[in-house]
Design a protein around this ligand. Structure first.
Ligand SMILES: C[S@@+](CC[C@H](N)C(=O)[O-])C[C@H]1O[C@@H](n2cnc3c(N)ncnc32)[C@H](O)[C@@H]1O
Length: 286
């Protein structure tokens, strides 16, 4: 049973890490729509549907102000980000009133016949998601543990789709739990696309995350890392990382361009980096 939780995503909604993660998610959803056959999208740590940008928690942390509000103010004309701005309904000269969480982005991307499953441990968040989500596809929200849901619902009947695993990293064992749950899910469904988010706090810790995934000896893993602060800045979160297993064609180039654009607007001059590359090859050597 998961430990008791204090994490509340409202403090972080719309920060640079949310932006980076959602850009990767939207690219993969778009790629699934290149084919007509229905797909399945599962969000194991879904949160709510939308985050109110006027909420006291948002003002208190200031993360959205330095993240999505800044990006809209300064970066709205950047062509490579056009689809992202469309998905979050970013408009020129307007502050964003609500920021969509991953389940809202998924729900919005589904077509009739596609299916979304959102799993969230906190009942209040899950109920908010249930109330707020609208989709022409079939959507379902479940209160429960996202890792257990991977066991219960994979592989999906559709046999194509993606899984987003976006835990809060409140516990020091979270990475271990995520890698373990993913490796079991991959055995059951090796052709799905998996997106897994991780925080970047230092160079050593980032290397450790990469090593963990490399050790699984699973082919076709892309990592997309963006840092906006120097590693030793003493801020909680220097950067945001995304592991994408079975990434769609074009993801490497797109994320490199999109992250470079975001970095140019959001990072302090000269701070941080963008690093998008393959962690493992198309085929593993025997
Ligand atoms: C980083 S937030 C999710 C943000 C969301 N995926 C997005 O991009 O908008 C992590 C969420 O996981 C939830 N959570 C924590 N432990 C969980 C678990 N074991 N299973 C499912 N959800 C969990 C938290 O309540 C929180 O809402």
């Amino acid at each position: 049973m998961p430990a008791a939780m204090n994490y509340r995503h409202i403090y972080h909604a719309g920060n640079f890490a949310d932006i980076a993660k959602h850009i990767g998610l939207l690219y993969c959803l778009d790629a699934l729509k290149r084919k007509d056959s229905p797909f399945f999208a599962m969000d194991t740590h879904a949160g709510r549907g939308f985050y109110d940008m006027q909420a006291a928690e948002v003002h208190k942390s200031g993360e959205a102000e330095r993240g999505i509000q800044l990006l809209i103010e300064k970066g709205l004309g950047i062509a490579v980000l056009a689809e992202y701005f469309g998905a979050i309904r970013g408009r020129r000269g307007k502050r964003l009133a609500r920021y969509p969480g991953s389940p809202a982005l998924i729900a919005d991307a589904l077509r009739p016949g596609d299916r979304g499953l959102f799993v969230e441990l906190m009942p209040a968040e899950a109920r908010a998601a249930e109330r707020e989500l609208e989709s022409v596809g079939r959507v379902r929200t479940e209160i429960g543990d996202g890792y257990a849901a991977l066991k219960a619902y994979l592989p999906p009947d559709e046999r194509r789709g993606l899984v987003l695993i976006d835990p809060p990293y409140e516990s020091i064992d979270e990475l271990k739990a995520m890698v373990h749950a993913f490796s079991e899910a991959y055995l059951r469904w090796p052709t799905g696309t998996y997106l897994m988010w991780y925080p970047i706090r230092s160079a050593t810790q980032r290397n450790m995350v990469h090593h963990r995934f490399e050790g699984l000896r699973i082919p076709k893993i892309l990592y997309a890392d963006i840092a906006i602060h120097p590693d030793d800045a003493g801020v909680g979160l220097a950067g945001s990382g995304l592991m994408i297993v079975n990434p769609p064609f074009g993801a490497d180039e797109y994320l490199q361009k999109a992250y470079t654009a975001i970095h140019g607007v959001i990072a302090a001059p000269g701070a941080g980096y963008v690093d998008v590359a393959r962690l493992t090859p198309e085929r593993m050597a025997k």
